[in-house]
Design a protein around this ligand. Structure first.
Ligand code: GCU
Length: 340
């Protein structure tokens, strides 16, 4: 490790230690030998009825049980600990231990993560989840932020297929999006995606989308059915176009120092608990997607099919535009090979 990097890392660790010491709810317990408990804060931007909250709450309960109370997780939903771009810094500094962030947030720290947001990279949710949980496929991308940012990626959750929704009618072809202000996650690939469809991309935090739609600052957004329903976006953008333009990925991230502080036994319990968690999440995802569609329709939303070939064609240049390095190509090829 170069000296400058080591100093940066040491100071990050120091800041993290101070922050944890000052923070009564943090995981700053003493060593296990002292019988201390560690309560890890987990930041989430979803509601309590979202599959991520339900699965992560269960993760915390299981972890506490399996470590005899040495490790606990307290989930903070509804963006109460800020927005996802803030979670990266807070986890890096150790102010919070864990967070769920969308792939585009990680893309801003490390360009290989863009691969997880490209259209056509995943064939289905099952393909995606098998790939995200397979070390042979993801290689060392999950540990690639440890030296630079003190962040370890634990693993992935599906976001399902993302779709366009607007205030004024089904977008049957990309031409219907021409000039429309569409909210995107804050990342280059999402901006390029809306540009490729002819819309005007407006980067904005998730928690601001409802009021953005309501006030007319944006004309539409894109997301999965569960977010569309749980965030109540259907109330202010009632036309949901089944574009299914990509299958999105979320990631659980943890402060690397927190992870290092677990004994081998507790780390094994953490890893086993996580495996159970993402599997439960994937199951919940499928049933809740159907429920979200039914509830949004009952609330007045219209769902409409689109010319999928026209969307696929408009988005296909993104692959060449965003796969530019050897490591990105390797990751992309490994994910594709795992589909076959
Ligand atoms: C999905 C995803 C979130 C993300 C959100 C967004 O809901 O699960 O992690 O923040 O989309 O569009 O910002």
């Amino acid at each position: 490790m170069r000296t400058t990097k080591r100093i940066a890392l040491l100071s990050t660790t120091l800041v993290a230690a101070l922050a944890l010491a000052a923070c009564s709810g943090g995981s700053g317990g003493d060593s296990d030998a002292g019988g201390e408990t560690h309560t890890m804060k987990l930041a989430l931007n979803q509601t309590e009825d979202h599959p991520s909250f339900i699965a992560l709450e269960a993760f915390g309960e299981k972890l506490a049980e399996d470590t005899d109370g040495r490790w606990n997780i307290e989930v903070y939903p509804n963006s109460t600990l800020g927005d996802q771009n803030e979670y990266l810094q807070s986890v890096s500094d150790g102010v919070i231990d864990l967070a769920i962030v969308s792939a585009p947030q990680l893309e801003n720290l490390q360009k290989d993560f863009v691969i997880f947001s490209l259209p056509t990279v995943f064939d289905s949710i099952d393909h995606q989840m098998d790939a995200l949980a397979d070390p042979e496929v993801v290689g060392d991308v999950y540990t690639s932020l440890e030296d630079s940012n003190n962040i370890t990626v634990v693993g992935g959750f599906t976001q399902g297929a993302r779709n366009m929704y607007t205030k004024d009618g089904i977008a049957e072809t990309p031409a219907d999006l021409k000039g429309k202000k569409i909210r995107v996650q804050e990342s280059p690939v999402f901006i390029a995606m809306i540009e490729a469809l002819g819309g005007s991309p407006t980067p904005m935090a998730y928690s601001e989308v409802y009021t953005g739609l309501q006030s007319g600052v944006i004309d539409g957004a894109e997301n999965n059915e569960i977010s569309y329903f749980t965030q109540k976006h259907f109330e202010v953008a009632p036309f949901f176009s089944n574009t299914q333009h990509l299958i999105g990925a979320d990631f659980l991230i943890i402060n690397s120092g927190t992870l290092d502080g677990m004994s081998d036994e507790d780390r094994a319990a953490f890893d086993a608990g996580w495996e159970q968690t993402w599997k439960q999440h994937t199951e919940l995802w499928k049933t809740q997607t159907e429920e979200a569609i039914a509830e949004a329709k009952a609330g007045g939303a219209t769902f409409g099919d689109v010319d999928t070939a026209a969307y696929t064609e408009a988005l296909s240049p993104l692959l060449d535009e965003f796969i530019t390095t050897d490591s990105q190509r390797t990751l992309y090829d490994a994910i594709r090979a795992s589909a076959e």
